[in-house]
Design a binder for this molecule. Structure first.
Ligand SMILES: Cc1cc2nc3c(=O)[nH]c(=O)nc-3n(C[C@H](O)[C@H](O)[C@H](O)COP(=O)(O)O)c2cc1C
Length: 239
């Protein structure tokens, strides 16, 4: 499958933002680097670990659903402070964890229960894949990919970026053509909203982001032809 390089959306985003840019803006530098194909991840500044075991998620508590819905919003100001491991655990479980262990079913729906969305977790110490069954993070690359997961400046220092990757091997045999990608995008949207609601409940800031360098990010994650980055989402403490 051809990766989507949505140059029209990119150009529109660029035009929309360029009016607010100074010539020395890091965002402008990133946009230019992206145009000439030079967006690269940094080597992680801290030691990466092969796997990060997550504590069991807390499945009770938090704000009532209707209050969380009242508070849900996008934020673009973040502290660089790291998220405690328990918060990371709760967040990923809320996003797309297993809520029915007998069947392995998840907190978000997917067409034909294909569960085709993989959550890549970009931390300062590396990019990890969220493995829902063992509920742990598995190291994919010892790089700090946050700087290439978006053009907006806040993504460089916010502690967490979730990268939504559709693995079409799960759907291609059963769902035809473009519809497979549509369904994957809808599933990613459901997970995104789970993250928004968890953040609203836990007092965290978040924003879903479609504006990023798909090629650079796909290369940094070592994605194959059947995998596609759909969306990214930044999470952290409100700035
Ligand atoms: C698919 C999608 C892509 C988005 N891309 C970006 C983005 O690249 N940058 C950004 O700052 N916000 C992005 N947003 C957030 C929207 O701008 C935000 O949801 C919208 O302004 C409404 O604000 P609210 O979420 O606070 O209700 C995106 C949202 C969605 C659903």
């Amino acid at each position: 499958m051809q990766p989507l390089h949505d140059s029209r959306a990119f150009a529109l985003g660029f035009l929309g933002m360029a009016t607010n840019l100074h010539s020395n803006s890091p965002m402008l530098t990133k946009l230019i680097a992206s145009f000439i194909g030079h967006q690269k991840a940094n080597r992680a500044s801290e030691r990466s670990r092969g796997a990060l075991e997550l504590p069991a998620p807390e499945r009770e508590g938090g704000e009532p659903l209707l209050r969380a819905l009242s508070r849900r919003h996008s934020s673009r100001e973040f502290q660089s402070k790291k998220l405690p491991i328990q918060v990371l655990s709760n967040l990923l479980w809320s996003a797309f964890g297993i809520n029915r262990p007998k069947s392995g079913d998840r907190t978000a729906p997917s067409a034909l229960n294909a569960q085709e969305i993989d959550l890549y977790v970009a931390l300062s110490e590396g990019v990890y894949l969220y493995a829902a069954k063992p509920h742990r993070l598995e190291l994919i690359a010892p790089i700090d990919a946050r700087r290439i997961s978006g053009y907006q400046d806040f993504v460089d220092h916010a502690p967490l970026d979730i990268i939504y990757v559709a693995d079409m091997r799960h759907t291609l045999a059963r769902i035809e053509g473009e519809r497979a990608l549509q369904y994957a995008a809808i599933s990613a949207g459901a997970i995104t909203q789970n993250v928004y609601l968890y953040c609203a409940s836990a007092g965290l800031a978040t924003v879903a982001r479609g504006l990023f360098d798909r090629k650079a990010l796909g290369e940094a994650l070592g994605l194959s032809d059947h995998e596609e980055v759909l969306l990214t989402q930044t999470v952290g403490y409100p700035g």
